[in-house]
Design a protein around this ligand. Structure first.
Ligand SMILES: *Cc1c(COP(=O)(O)O)cnc(C)c1O
Length: 222
């Protein structure tokens, strides 16, 4: 078991006073690590890979809230639609439309966040302002998805001021969305192990923390 209980308690205390939710990002980590955090009261876990999420969901406690935080391909939505709690990375209207279709088939409404492109890296996913507007307008006709807010990933950079600038851009989109589209958008998912404190300073309501809690990931294991 590799979870760090001291750091978990420290983060929980910081987040409670800021009224920010914690998603424990458990991708690549074994079920025992998830169970250890579950024993401490953690219920919200984040995963990036569909097959890994489906495997974990099938054996772990049913009251876990599973957050899909990775890049989701349209043809895989059907595997997570029956149980996923919140999809963070909705980066196209095509994907939102497919989630609506699979949610209807599963007989439920699926909560989603629209992912915005805020980083300097072209390789990162996300919408721009006009795509965001189009998705919000179209979502009126997609009754089986419920858009709760926005998600974004800052540049992978040591330049703190660059990262802060990107968080401000995302927060600005979030504020505009709340002002102009009337629906109760309540979630701004931003901040990871390396930048969550700054993200909270810039208005985050939900942070996604992996390596600080579970240790560094080894993608070559097994
Ligand atoms: C892996 C991942 C995280 C967690 O990253 P850490 O740096 O380990 O905290 C958060 N968000 C997304 C979208 C991720 O893919």
């Amino acid at each position: 078991m590799a979870i760090n209980i001291g750091i978990y308690n420290k983060i929980i205390n910081e987040l409670i006073s800021a009224n920010v939710a914690l998603i424990a990002v458990s991708k690549t980590k074994p079920n025992e690590d998830i169970e250890a955090l579950y024993q401490l009261g953690q219920r919200a876990f984040g995963e990036n890979y569909v097959q890994e999420l489906v495997d974990k969901q099938s054996v772990l406690p049913k009251d876990i809230e599973w957050h899909f935080i990775g890049h989701l391909q349209s043809n895989k939505v059907k595997y997570i639609a029956p149980f996923v709690y919140l999809i963070h990375g909705v980066d196209s209207l095509k994907l939102l439309t497919e989630i609506n279709k699979q949610a209807q088939k599963a007989g439920r409404v699926i909560s989603c966040l629209l992912q915005m492109h805020i980083a300097t890296e072209e390789t990162k996913f996300g919408m721009d302002a006009s795509e965001l507007e189009a998705a919000l307008a179209a979502s009126v006709h997609l009754p089986f998805v419920s858009i709760k807010g926005l998600m974004g990933m800052a540049s992978f950079s040591d330049d703190q001021e660059q990262v802060r600038k990107e968080f401000k851009v995302l927060q600005h989109y979030f504020q505009n969305m709340q002002n102009n589209f009337g629906a109760p958008f309540t979630i701004l998912s931003m901040g990871m192990s390396g930048d969550y404190q700054m993200a909270i300073e810039e208005g985050s309501t939900m942070v996604r923390i992996g390596s600080l809690l579970f240790g560094a990931r080894n993608y070559n294991a097994n």
